[in-house]
Design a protein around this ligand. Structure first.
Ligand code: COA
Length: 265
């Protein structure tokens, strides 16, 4: 079988991402020499993940998202994991890998879950013929979602934060989405759910919930949204590993021996 002038056989690895030839690299149809000269790093991430360059407003919004994911101090388990691994003398790549492995459904998992929630509800509104999604329709969908979570006694992903009453990143991201004219149905739905949770429980959107809605409006699938979170967070993780190695004693521990309580027999 002939495809794209290449002979396809059982060893063929088909890819639409980059074409590598001697002395030439083409990514998503653009010569990498031109990309190096002309585009910002955020645009390159958008291009490689989505297969097209962002528009000007998408580019600005995507950059705001990436910046907002960069760091949350030493509080998250991933950052602490990275610092502990590094302080034992492990390599940079081991410490970064350890941080990424600590992401689970309780840490960083909310973004994918929120995206699934927003996208499945907006898609079902579109499928039922309500293509012209007005605010009233989105608000009634928000009520259904909120009531469904309440009746199951479950927390709505993307809302609440262990440290912040109001996550400053979420508030700013919504402001930026309004400023860049990037408010689509998913962000409208997230804000409608926030109105209900805030009225009833005084709880607001967190960075994951806001970015889940914004990335959904930018056309990202939930798995890519989680990918964008990791891309955004890796610079912060590397900075913490570097700082740990430069400034801290080796062999970091959670606590000293006198703080350990033996509860066994
Ligand atoms: C992030 C989180 C763990 C913070 O928890 P916390 O500040 O310790 O708050 P608690 O779990 O003690 O909850 C306090 C109250 O608010 C409610 N609540 C907290 N987050 C809620 C949410 N997302 N949806 C609905 N109710 C929520 C709890 O049910 C609890 O109610 P109660 O007092 O009637 O039992 C929690 O808000 C959560 O699980 N959120 C959803 C997952 C998420 O988005 N995680 C990413 C965080 S960046």
């Amino acid at each position: 079988m002939q495809e794209n002038n290449f002979q396809v056989n059982k060893h063929t690895l088909k890819t639409a991402i980059s074409k590598v030839e001697p002395n030439k690299l083409v990514t998503r149809g653009y010569n990498q020499k031109d990309l190096i000269e002309k585009i910002k790093y955020g645009d390159m991430i958008f291009l490689i993940l989505k297969g097209r360059l962002p528009s000007i407003k998408e580019s600005k919004m995507f950059n705001h998202v990436l910046v907002s994911f960069c760091d949350h101090g030493v509080t998250p388990p991933s950052t602490q994991t990275a610092r502990i691994i590094s302080s034992s003398g492990s390599s940079l790549n081991s410490a970064v890998a350890g941080a990424l492995l600590s992401f689970g459904h309780k840490h960083a998992g909310a973004i994918e879950k929120s995206m699934e929630l927003y996208q499945s509800n907006i898609n079902s509104l579109i499928l039922t013929g309500d293509a012209d999604l007005d605010n009233k329709l989105i608000a009634s969908s928000a009520i259904e979602i909120y009531n469904a979570f309440e009746s199951r006694n479950e927390k709505v992903p993307g809302f609440g934060h262990r440290y912040h009453d109001e996550d400053p990143r979420a508030k700013k991201l919504i402001e930026m989405a309004i400023k860049e004219s990037c408010v689509g149905p998913h962000l409208k739905l997230a804000v409608s759910i926030e109105d209900l949770i805030y009225q009833n429980k005084n709880i607001k959107l967190n960075v994951d919930g806001a970015n889940a809605a914004i990335l959904s409006d930018l056309g990202f699938s939930p798995d890519l949204g989680f990918g964008v979170f990791m891309i955004g967070r890796i610079p912060g993780i590397i900075a913490h590993i570097h700082e740990e190695n430069m400034d801290e004693d080796e062999f970091r521990r959670f606590c000293d021996l006198e703080d350990v309580v033996y509860g066994g027999h």
